[in-house]
Design a protein. Structure first.
Length: 233
């Protein structure tokens, strides 16, 4: 025989607990630089009210957009990507899980940011792809159809463009890496202008073959502004 619990006075006095709905999000017309568009403040996973997201953009509920960050255009933000401080994501850019945009960094055009960090005043534009734990900081620019991944750091005023492939090492100063150049683990590109050659093989003397062609036997540059590549190998 079953038993039923008797209803007590305490039970009668206790109202049923109902889940509280989240506070309504804020909507407005926001000018992101090309005229006002409809936008909504993002609700972050911790419940805080975040930055503005244009109605034309998409940010998953698992992503974080802090109060001064913005997402607009047709940008898409997935997983646990984080847009912090005054970070901007625009155009047709895509952020995947693990992406971090901080400082005043800007991810735009048709670029993709995976599990990597872009901070300070750095930009990722064009059809560039950055992933694999890479760090883009300073005033660096990643653009064209370039790829930056792995333990790579691009900093200062460096530019990686065209179809360059950076899978490690560091590009800094006013260096410009373009063409189909490959930069690998242990490479350090830190002088003024471009490696834009179609070679990246190491000749065993501390710099790539592409870089060595511009140096005489005494080690002095034969033409100005050649990028010097030193290696740890």
């Amino acid at each position: 025989m079953g038993f039923k619990r008797a209803r007590t006075a305490t039970d009668a006095a206790a109202p049923a607990q109902r889940p509280q709905p989240p506070a309504p999000v804020e909507k407005d017309a926001i000018d992101f630089g090309d005229g006002a568009v409809r936008a909504t403040r993002h609700r972050n996973p911790d419940g805080s009210l975040g930055g503005w997201v244009a109605d034309s953009a998409h940010v998953e509920t698992t992503a974080t957009v802090t109060a001064d960050a913005v997402v607009y255009g047709n940008a898409r933000v997935f997983g646990d990507a984080r847009i912090l401080e005054q970070g901007r994501v625009s155009g047709n850019a895509r952020l995947d899980s693990g992406a971090v945009v901080a400082g005043e960094a800007h991810i735009g055009a048709n670029s993709t940011l995976g599990d990597a960090e872009v901070g300070e005043q750095a930009k990722v534009m064009g059809s560039a792809h950055v992933s694999g734990g890479a760090r883009i900081i300073g005033n660096a620019m990643i653009t064209g159809e370039s790829r930056v991944m792995g333990a790579a750091t691009i900093t200062d005023d460096a530019v990686v463009t065209d179809r360059a492939w950076v899978s490690g090492g560091e590009v800094s100063g006013e260096a410009r890496v373009g063409g189909t150049t490959a930069v690998r683990d242990g490479d350090h590109i830190r002088t003024q202008l471009a490696v834009a050659e179609d070679e990246s093989s190491d000749d065993g003397a501390g710099m790539s073959a592409a870089a060595r062609r511009g140096f005489g036997e005494d080690g002095f540059a034969l033409r100005p502004h050649l990028t010097l590549v030193t290696t740890d190998r």
